[in-house]
Design a protein around this ligand. Structure first.
Ligand code: SAM
Length: 228
């Protein structure tokens, strides 16, 4: 059966990411085993959902490769109850994986955190909302249409901020909207190649950063991103 095939493929991919040392946190492993990536890719790419590669979504954008979703979730150090801001909803897949960690169904819903996710392309926001609704995540993820370089002040401050598009610098509003001791993971650099930067907010005005290695993302387009 098609469903069983996807479950087997998902397990095989996650086991490979564990063997390669990319996946370590049991919470991230559990979440990635649960969220069906095949439900977040356009129909014509469904059969390729468990190839460890980015895939096209709509408007020339992509859903990130599973190893990158795994790495970013590990670096974010997510936990039950966290309030997360994601910039770059795309398909909604990464938001669903975060939601599975901060608001797991086997934990009392009073302890749940929430994921706010911003997408600048309205068509993609609709695509993501439909995917999240179909897979049962619409009460744990709120999708907003807008320029995510401005953050989303109505729900700030955030325990964790995840940016899934490449920025020239860390946008100032995102630093302001990060809670004290909060973490941000963001690709920073040029439009072709970036460093995956992890930042921890150590005071109202200071953020301590380090690079977790190289990466390649589509550009973050907006007021505090690239202006094409
Ligand atoms: N996280 C997504 C997923 O799970 O499918 C993948 C995101 S894709 C690599 C990057 C996304 O960032 C694209 O959908 C793009 O439209 C969006 N984007 C680019 N600039 C943005 C901005 N300023 N605000 C919000 N979204 C933005």
């Amino acid at each position: 059966m098609q469903g069983d095939k996807f479950v087997r493929e998902r397990e095989r991919l996650i086991n490979r990411l564990i063997r390669e040392g990319i996946l370590k946190d049991p919470k991230v492993i559990k979440a990635m085993l649960k969220v069906p990536r095949e439900e977040f890719v356009p129909e014509k790419y469904k059969q390729h959902a468990y190839i460890d590669s980015p895939l096209p979504t709509l408007n020339g954008q992509t859903i990130s490769a599973p190893h990158m979703v795994a790495m970013m979730c590990e670096l974010l150090d997510l936990d039950v109850g966290h309030k997360v801001l994601e910039v770059g909803t795309g398909s909604g897949y990464h938001a669903a994986v975060c939601a599975e960690i901060v608001a797991p169904s086997d934990v009392d819903s009073k302890l749940w955190g929430h994921v706010y996710s911003i997408e600048r392309v309205p068509r993609l926001a609709v695509f993501a909302r439909n995917n999240l609704e179909r897979t049962g995540y619409s009460d744990k993820v709120t999708v907003i249409v807008g320029d995510g370089t401005l953050g989303y002040s109505p729900a700030a401050p955030y325990d964790r901020i995840l940016v899934t598009a490449a920025a020239p610098n860390i946008p100032k509003p995102l630093i302001e909207q990060l809670a004290l001791n909060g973490r941000i993971v963001i690709p920073v650099g040029g439009t072709y190649y970036q460093e995956l930067i992890v930042g921890v907010k150590i005071s109202d005005s200071e953020i301590k950063t380090y690079s977790a290695g190289g990466c390649v993302f589509v550009p973050l387009i907006g007021r505090y991103g690239w202006r094409f």
